[in-house]
Design a protein around this ligand. Structure first.
Ligand code: SF4
Ligand code: SF4
Length: 321
């Protein structure tokens, strides 16, 4: 936590109305599954809190995680407020400065500690990490420096959480997720809580909810599952709230994507849907500003919030039945 300005002071300077701020607080409460009665407390705490400094470092990734967060808010300025509530001091893909000026911003953000480190992308170890380099230094090196004194570390997207596509067989760069480097390989050490927010990409509302929770709780991590995912968002398999669940229970399964059965909403498990084994919030939070989710639109779940989903035997279209 850190800038001198409180969040409310910063928002006022940006010309953002209190009405928009309260609307954001209502969305945040809903995202964290809190009752509407909590909105006034959320708004009071957020308003008086300093903006947390955030350093976002990207390793081996496709930029989809950043795109997901930014593009979703194009037509929804209220939800974009999360980008005003944090001080995004370093994002090696998005920031205007480059070279040593960019790296100086990162080092300045680390001063004093308590910052949030967001990582997207996996971290390669082969050839001293030469396959993901920032400012001439390996991703692992930059990451180790960035997490010193951090208050929270977020591994965003399947690549950062579990290794993702770069780690898929034959894993040519010896890519790893953050927790693997800490827990199994002893290559990275952190003192802050690590939260995995997997998905390919993750749901932007989940990242927003985790950051708001960090501000509200004074730096505490939410309750996590065994894979370090927040239970609020990853506590249920997406199958439990799927619009095709009734057909699954009636043993009504689509056998082709373009047939009448699929159009009538039959279950897609025989076409490869992995919703029964995938923990995520797609069917409750939905995508594209709450418009829909994959099974509702006619395609099965690929299991993108689970470890090793690219390498699942049989591939994306192998039936689990
Ligand atoms: S389409 Fe997938 S998530 Fe939906 S009911 Fe069938 S198996 Fe479950
Ligand atoms: S439906 Fe499955 S594959 Fe699609 S985004 Fe959600 S968890 Fe990932």
């Amino acid at each position: 936590m850190s800038e001198k300005d409180t969040i409310l002071e910063h928002l006022e300077r940006q010309g953002i109305s209190r009405r928009s701020f309260l609307k954001f607080c209502t969305l945040a409460a809903s995202s964290m599954a809190l009752p509407l009665s909590s909105v006034s407390v959320i708004s009071e705490v957020l308003a008086a809190s300093p903006r947390p400094r955030v350093i976002w470092v990207s390793g081996q990734e496709c930029t989809g995680c950043s795109e997901s967060l930014l593009r979703t808010y194009d037509e929804y300025p209220v939800e974009r407020l999360i980008l005003e509530m944090i001080s995004l001091d370093y994002h090696n893909t998005l920031m205007a400065p480059s070279g040593s000026a960019a790296e100086d911003s990162r080092l300045a953000a680390i001063q004093g500690g308590g910052h949030v480190v967001v990582i997207d992308g996996s971290i390669p170890l082969i050839e001293n990490g030469a396959w993901s380099v920032i400012g001439g230094r390996s991703m692992l090196d930059v990451l180790q420096e960035s997490v010193v004194g951090a208050g929270l570390v977020l591994a965003v997207g399947n690549c950062a959480a579990f290794g993702g596509l770069p780690k898929a067989a034959p894993n040519p760069t010896d890519a790893h997720g953050v927790d693997d480097l800490i827990t199994n390989l002893n290559q990275l050490s952190i003192n802050a809580p690590l939260i995995n927010i997997p998905g390919c990409p993750p749901i932007p509302e989940v990242l927003t909810g985790v950051i708001v929770n960090f501000i509200l709780s004074g730096g505490q991590a939410p309750e996590l599952d065994g894979l370090k995912r927040p239970l609020t968002y990853y506590g249920k398999v997406i199958h439990d709230d799927c619009s095709r669940l009734m057909h699954y229970q009636n043993n009504e399964f689509a056998t082709s994507f373009d047939g009448d059965e699929a159009r009538q909403g039959y279950c897609l498990i025989k076409l490869g849907c992995k919703g029964t084994i995938t923990f995520n919030a797609c069917t409750t939070k939905k995508w594209n500003n709450g418009t829909s989710f994959p099974m509702h639109s006619g395609h099965g779940c690929l299991g993108c919030s689970e470890p090793n989903f690219w390498d699942r035997p049989g591939g994306f279209y192998q039936s689990l039945l």
